[in-house]
Design a protein around this ligand. Sequence first.
Ligand SMILES: Nc1ncnc2c1ncn2[C@@H]1O[C@H](COP(=O)(O)OP(=O)(O)OP(=O)(O)O)[C@@H](O)[C@H]1O
Length: 236
Amino acid sequence: MLYVENLCKRFDGTFDQPLFELVSLALAPGETVAIMGESGVGKSTLLNCLAGLEPVDGGRIRLHDQDLTRLGEDAFALLRRRAFGFVFQAFHLLPHLTLAQNVAVPLWLLDQDEALADRRARTMLQQVGLGARADDWPRHLSGGEMQRVAIARALVHEPAVVLCDEPTGNLDPERATGVLDLLFARIRSAGAIGILVTHSRVAAARADRILRLTRHGLVADPSADEAPRPVAAAQE
Ligand SMILES: Nc1ncnc2c1ncn2[C@@H]1O[C@H](COP(=O)(O)OP(=O)(O)OP(=O)(O)O)[C@@H](O)[C@H]1O
């Protein structure tokens, strides 16, 4: 389980006014949540806080009974490599590595045997429909294909939590739909916890729950039952 309890974040120069406070959330393995909210409310910052990339100013984050907010920077960095996967709007593939090597990077960082890492990376690429391209280069891929590789990379080390920040923001609606289906299918079949930050109602509707981040916490999204708009129109 991932428990987030009364998380509070301030940045210097904000006159002690928190960016957000009282952010609480509980997620079981295999569960997914979409977090929406106004631009600048702190959605990306919240993901960074959950992954230990930003310090928090109050509250707790517990993952499998471990209090992450008590971990030092080095210990959190180790845990991040093991327990977190990331999918960003910009795909962040390394251009000088093949697709299989890109997907294997999280395993290399965990000191996994190179041959085993290669096998696991190729299996993951098959699962995202790019098995035949394993030895190809990122520059030969479309945006949607690059994001498929990023999804494979995010899941290859079987993380407990997958954090996704506007993963289809750079894709046209048709590609976005395929990538979203794949992302949620892979997160669920891996039994991972998925947290998606997005402005797209179509993307958010794929998650089990939609929450809205406000300055005073996460609230149920009042318009969650509305018919979704097309991806392109829903994105800012
Ligand atoms: N390191 C930092 N120092 C000071 N302020 C910061 C820092 N990082 C982010 N901010 C501010 O915190 C606020 C929240 O930013 P964040 O990117 O988390 O918002 P968001 O909800 O994800 O926005 P968007 O939907 O536009 O992507 C913004 O006003 C931003 O300028």
